[in-house]
Design a protein around this ligand. Structure first.
Ligand code: ADP
Ligand code: TRP
Length: 320
């Protein structure tokens, strides 16, 4: 039997190249028997505007469809359409030590960045564990910052299984890219740092502005540029094969070809990579009913799976 891939993406606003290479690309590449959901319950910990929430959920759904997710092969749904995960989260919370949650880096980072430390934000890893365990997931492809949440998920599953018997399957983590995708300023690309390159830019002009703002040193045009270690080269590598990377390096090491030229080459690769997806994204924008139908059909497939696992867990702890 094929292993079940499961992952969630928060509808917390704009998606960028870091999200794509860190997570979404591998979701699309592994879509047979896969379960993907839009984590709107999670987003409530930071997004409290109903209209923006609806719009963002729609945008994430059409992102996946535009990038090639086939609803005949993979299941995609809105997290809140499968409320069974909330009940499962409670069962897990009762076997989870406070200390485990107190060690969560993501919680501390978010509070350090000014997010209100609600009980929901603290409880977030428990809900995430329920998301994963409710679907008997085998592999969870995520970015590096989510690795600790996966370790916590396994801890919670083990605590429950140790007390009540083998109820939960143990999931494994899979990293989309070994290192975080850098943003235009060289730090990790993140929507919180204003250093992103959007996956679905408003226009080609807007995309160009982002790409041209990639930070490089100020080597004059008539001197060789050494791009090794730069964000520009790291981003270029995501789209190019070895031969293209070598060719670009040679041009930069010669005279008369500067970073500005290299950025234009990167821009061309980004456009070539995503132009079909951009077209499909715009088409789906004009047909919200198609997107809604996919999400509803997805929830109808996902819900019985979660119900069966929840019933197993309820029976194991005497709630049947
Ligand atoms: P952001 O940092 O922009 O808020 P999220 O935390 O919403 O992004 O991340 C969503 C998914 O994308 C996660 O699996 C995360 O690990 C991955 N991701 C985000 N930024 C990057 C990056 N720069 N490189 C690789 N993966 C990333
Ligand atoms: N916490 C994840 C993020 O911020 C989103 C998420 C919620 C998730 N539930 C999940 C990812 C379950 C994988 C599996 O990116």
């Amino acid at each position: 039997m094929t292993r079940r891939y499961l992952s969630g993406v928060q509808p917390s606003g704009l998606l960028h190249l870091g999200n794509y290479f860190g997570a979404i690309r591998s979701h699309i590449a592994n879509q047979d028997n896969a379960f993907y959901f839009i984590a709107n319950y999670h987003a409530l910990t930071t997004l409290r505007d109903a209209a923006a929430m609806r719009q963002n959920v729609f945008d994430v759904a059409r992102t996946y469809l535009a990038l090639g997710l086939d609803p005949e092969r993979a299941v995609i749904w809105r997290q809140s359409d499968v409320p069974e995960v909330q009940e499962l989260a409670w069962l897990l919370a009762t076997v989870t030590g406070m200390g485990l949650l107190e060690r969560a880096h993501s919680y501390k980072d978010k509070v350090d960045n000014g997010i209100v430390p609600s009980v929901g934000l603290f409880y977030y890893p428990v809900l995430m564990a329920a998301d994963i365990l409710a679907f008997d997931s085998d592999v969870v492809p995520v970015g590096k910052d989510q690795v600790q949440h996966l370790e916590m998920t396994r801890d919670m599953a083990q605590s429950f299984n140790a007390r009540y018997g083998e109820v939960f399957r143990m999931p494994k983590t899979e990293l989309g890219v070994p290192e975080p995708v850098p943003g235009v300023d060289g730090r990790k690309m993140s929507k919180s740092y204003d250093n992103h390159i959007p996956l679905f830019p408003r226009s080609k002009k807007a995309l160009k502005k982002h790409v041209m703002s990639i930070k490089t040193d100020s080597t004059p045009l008539d001197e060789p540029c050494d791009p090794e270690g730069s964000a520009l080269l790291a981003l270029y590598r995501l789209f190019a094969d070895e031969a293209q990377v070598d060719a670009l390096k040679q041009k930069l090491l010669g005279k008369g070809f500067g970073y500005g030229h290299a950025k234009l080459e990167l821009l061309a690769l980004i456009e070539a990579h995503f132009s079909d997806a951009w077209t499909r994204y715009a088409e789906l924008g004009a047909h919200p009913e198609r997107v809604e139908a996919v999400l509803r059909a997805g929830a109808a497939k996902a819900r019985p799976v979660a119900r069966a696992v929840l019933n197993r867990a309820r029976a194991a702890c005497g709630l049947d």
